[in-house]
Design a protein around this ligand. Structure first.
Ligand SMILES: [Zn+2]
Length: 625
């Protein structure tokens, strides 16, 4: 036993780039990933890193009258792991609609359906007798022949399910509009730190999927338009010539083009006049595909250069009910967002060929798609759309595990939403929206739920604990690190992390160690402070004393978070001085700091101002003579 322990710590210390004074708590299953060399303590994928993958050929048919989706698919699933797989975990999250499914939230009768009906299921041409009646959102299918390392299996599945009348992240939006997501049975993730992902979907947490290649064919009745993840492969087959031409023109245009207006939709001037049209899409190395259909929505499109080095353009589209005023600006907002995200923060070229904003009720991201509600508050509508588009980077470019570690995507989307908001509406407005919408409720709620460590698994927290750990607190940690490192070093470190892990499955420790290496600093003290403690935000001026030539200001960090803040000093002669402190001042002492200030002039008042790092008890942040 002792020998094993020694070798474990040996691996840790030999492999580490920085001999940290502060070690980060690491769960035992994740320690094993480092010992096995699938992950590396320098923050990069280990020499033995692997991930499994699938090639999905999907054909679905939507029958709007019955709100039924029926499908057939061929999945070629490749086991790149060193393990022999005796079962395949098959996931179908829309079984969350079954009345008997465990759910995170209250729902109405209109949410319920009978769930997935598997009609046939074969592996390598061998039929399996599957009764999906009692399936939950993820189910093990025992393989007749185990799947060996470095080999593939071909699955052929046919199925159907009903779309629910009450839509959430998917479902029926109006009598002839549907958002169809998570619509096909898929192989759940088998990974190096946890094996099969058998966590049930409850409607609260989000998703964790492999990077797969897809062809997606969607058959719908005439006059229904289909908007989907991926490139539309057959515009000339499914659209009337004039409409197909406008769509193709939009791929090269900076102007917003109305691909189909309301009258054209009503007059049946948009889709090919066949009883059914089969819309074909493809997308590669992506974690999911979804689509929406409507025969009354209008359709706008344009495009935007997302990589000036090679002039690569991305198609931006919007589909909405003509009465939704905010959506008339949607394509312009998408152009602005893709340009900002590609060139400023995170400063990585938008990685996909398309982005479609669809009007539903979800305020939710999907690869190359967002499904947003409509509101008369245009600034808020743009903010929500920016947020959902920002998710392109986390979790879709970086294949994070949203189910377990929601802060790895929501925290970043919230951060990018704030940063792009500064450019769109000025810093004062962005600050006030961020404080009101993301921080205010959290910091003024003293309950224990709020102060659970951010590293807590997202499946193990709920309510306020889930929301604020995933969004506000995590975002503050990223913005505090940006302040600590300065923009250029923070960008360098962030790009180091993103270069190392895009298209892969990073976990929190990969982020921490990657940022250490990318910044050339040992930041474990900072990550421990923000992610592994019950800290909150509360500074206090303890004392201000004058001795001979100096004032000594003693500041206590009551809440504990390593935040940046301004020390604002006003002298009796009216002069004001602001001294910005980065979180670095908390590196060696996270409880208390002292400032010495010349007493040549008499101080009238001292104030500590954290800005968006809102203080729990602001009254004790001010001292007056
Ligand atoms: Zn989000």
């Amino acid at each position: 036993m002792k020998k094993v322990l020694l070798s474990v710590s040996g691996v840790f210390f030999l492999g580490i780039t920085f001999l940290s004074a502060q070690q980060l708590y690491t769960p035992r299953n994740i320690m094993k990933a480092y010992e096995n060399g699938t992950r590396s303590l320098d923050g990069s994928p280990g020499e033995k890193y692997w991930q499994n993958e699938g090639k999905y050929d999907i054909q679905e048919t939507v029958t709007p009258e019955t709100a039924t989706v029926s499908g057939v698919e061929k999945i070629v699933y490749t086991n790149n792991s060193p393990d022999t797989l005796k079962v395949l975990a098959i996931r179908f999250v829309n079984n969350v609609h079954k009345p008997e499914a465990p759910r995170g939230n209250y729902t109405s009768d209109n949410f319920f359906t009978t769930g997935l009906d598997i009609k046939s299921f074969s592996v390598n041409n061998e039929q399996y007798d599957i009764d999906s009646k009692n399936w939950g959102t993820v189910e093990a299918v025992r393989l007749k022949q185990p799947l060996l390392p470095n080999s593939s299996a071909e699955l052929n599945i046919s199925w159907s399910y009903r779309l629910s009348k009450q839509d959430g992240r998917e479902g029926q939006i109006d009598s002839s509009t549907f958002y169809v997501a998570y619509s096909y049975p898929r192989v759940s993730v088998y990974d190096d730190y946890n094996g099969w992902d058998f966590l049930p979907h409850t409607g609260r947490q989000e998703f964790y999927n492999d990077f797969n290649d897809y062809t997606l064919n969607v058959k719908v009745p005439e006059n229904y338009v289909v908007w989907a993840t991926g490139d539309l492969l057959n515009p000339d087959e499914v659209l009337q010539p004039a409409v197909a031409k406008r769509l193709k023109d939009s791929y090269q245009s900076d102007d917003v083009i109305h691909i189909a207006d309301f009258k054209e939709m009503q007059d049946h001037k948009v889709t090919a006049q066949n009883e059914w049209n089969n819309w074909k899409f493809s997308a590669s190395h992506i974690t999911d595909v979804c689509y929406a259909i409507s025969k009354n929505y209008v359709w706008d499109a344009s495009s935007v250069v997302v990589d000036s080095k090679n002039n690569r353009r991305t198609s931006v589209q919007a589909a909405y009910n003509e009465t939704a005023q905010d959506f008339h600006s949607s394509v312009k907002w998408s152009q602005n967002a893709l340009k900002y995200f590609s060139t400023k923060w995170p400063g990585v070229s938008y990685p996909f060929p398309k982005m479609t904003a669809f009007q539903g009720h979800a305020d939710m991201e999907y690869p190359m798609m967002v499904n947003d509600g409509t509101t008369s508050n245009l600034k808020f509508a743009q903010m929500v759309q920016d947020h959902e588009i920002a998710h392109t980077y986390f979790p879709f470019y970086m294949g994070t595990n949203e189910t377990r570690y929601a802060f790895m995507d929501e925290g970043w989307a919230t951060t990018f939403e704030y940063l792009i908001g500064q450019e769109e509406n000025g810093k004062a407005h962005a600050d006030s929206v961020y404080k009101m919408f993301r921080i205010n409720r959290y910091i003024h709620d003293p309950s224990a739920e709020e102060d659970q460590p951010i590293i807590s698994m997202s499946t193990q927290v709920s309510g306020a604990g889930y929301g604020n750990n995933s969004y506000g607190k995590a975002s503050l940690s990223y913005l505090a690190l940006k302040d600590l490192l300065g923009d250029s070093l923070f960008r360098k470190a962030l790009h180091h992390y993103m270069d190392a892990w895009h298209g892969k499955h990073p976990i929190p420790w990969d982020y921490f160690y990657s940022m250490n290496t990318g910044s050339g600093q040992d930041l474990n003290w900072f990550f421990h402070n923000w992610f592994f403690t019950n800290n909150y935000i509360d500074l206090k001026i303890d004392t201000v004393t004058k001795e001979k030539d100096f004032y000594t200001i003693s500041i206590k960090n009551v809440g504990g978070f390593a935040i940046p803040f301004d020390v604002k000093i006003e002298y009796v002669d009216g002069q004001k001085v602001i001294m910005h402190q980065t979180p670095a001042i908390w590196k060696n002492n996270q409880q208390q700091q002292f400032f010495k200030i010349s007493a040549k002039k008499i101080i009238k008042s001292v104030q500590l101002d954290g800005g968006i790092f809102m203080d729990y008890t602001p009254a004790d942040n001010t001292w007056k003579e």
